[in-house]
Design a protein around this ligand. Sequence first.
Ligand SMILES: Nc1ncnc2c1ncn2[C@@H]1O[C@H](COP(=O)(O)OP(=O)(O)OP(=O)(O)O)[C@@H](O)[C@H]1O
Length: 457
Amino acid sequence: MDNFEQIWNKVKSTLQLTFDEDIYNQHFAVIDNVFKVSNNYIYLIAPNSYIKNKIDNFYLNRLNYLLNELVEEQYLFKIITKEQAALELKKETKYEINTPEEDIENKYKTGLNPTYTFDNFVVGPSNRLAYTSATKVADQPATFANPLYIFGHVGLGKTHLMQCIGNFALDNNPNQKVLYVKTDQFIEDFGNAAQQRSFEDFSKKYEDIDILLVDDIQFLSGKTKTQLEFFKIFEKLKDNNKQIVITSDRPASELFDIMARLTSRFEWGLTVDINKPSLEHRILILKKKLNIETSDPNLITDDILEYIAQLFDNNVRELEGALKRVLFYCTAFNYEFNIENTQEALKNLINSKKASTQTVDRTNYTNILDIVSNYYNINTTDLLSKKRQKKYVFARQVGMYIIKELFDPTYKKIGQIFNGRDHSTVIYSIEQISNYIQTDESIKNDIEKLLIKCGKK
Ligand SMILES: Nc1ncnc2c1ncn2[C@@H]1O[C@H](COP(=O)(O)OP(=O)(O)OP(=O)(O)O)[C@@H](O)[C@H]1O
């Protein structure tokens, strides 16, 4: 809690710098402490419902924007009145007190983030099919497409769209049981259940469900037992006519080390992809985000939005991050929103982008790349390419592992050697190989041989 108090105090300090004294004193100075933190909401008590409504209507986005800058996890501020706080306390639940609004409480049990809605998802040519399919699934679960499989590169809106399905379906029918879960969480839950030899809670959580939303299914790779369990759950839900939605960074046919009976089932329903948005689409996304963050769509002019959209063309998360940075920089220091200040705010991001796209010196590693390619009977161009067939993906992961073992460069550097893969892909690849080494004797021997060929003393 102390931590949240500090965060609130920091937000308050920024508000004090940005707002007129009168506004600050009337709305924010009067809020002292954090009342409680529950279900990713940080509760603040307004002295009366007039102030509560005023903050809700005019300032809440700004507050949440500042909060976002300070904490990595998704938290939101929630303003309640003293009366509501008193009611909460009366419930006498020691550690977790229900929110006043039942529907919000319900949503948080589902793992859903209520800010992901169809309304704030900007539709364009790169995501129209995925969007339309998602709206249909949300409107009529288990009727239109089951499973719905959404794939695309990092940060292009898969999670957002998947969560829209859950939020919309729940709004339509609050009695439905919806569960959003990241694959990592599923793996962890299964591991815990297996360790405790008690599957009751696990089965209840995943089988007693109307809509199951599973994010980033590619992380099931190599986890045979967990895949088998997921297969059982999948079959059960399908048999009971329950909706399943899955996201992944690649088509089901290119999933690596996931059993064929699962990947083939992923293709039973409808598969849709999300691609990179065009410049016009990116500008529209920025406008929407601006509207959400500030309630003032004209705060930043179109030429500045276009400037940002030109710079960040790969990933909507980066694009959004850039906008937030500009907003924070200019509002926190009371600077004008112009190109110079935008450039200044984005200086570090631009520099790190430049660094990652500069041509890479592979000379030190060429030998290793050749040895690994030869060993797996592929050519080096394919090893460095984006081809997703298993033999290339596996050899690439081995290449990354060996370079890390022998030279220990940064993950970012390894990503650059392999044609600009991001550092999380590199980490994931190296972890995969480390896992194989522990579980598969023949892979372990291969890697040992390769390490020696590549110069391990
Ligand atoms: N079309 C869009 N309209 C509005 N916001 C979008 C859109 N596409 C992506 N975003 C925003 O971009 C950010 C990243 O999106 P999201 O987390 O859904 O990406 P993802 O594809 O699931 O990425 P990852 O593969 O890393 O999980 C989110 O804040 C999301 O709201």
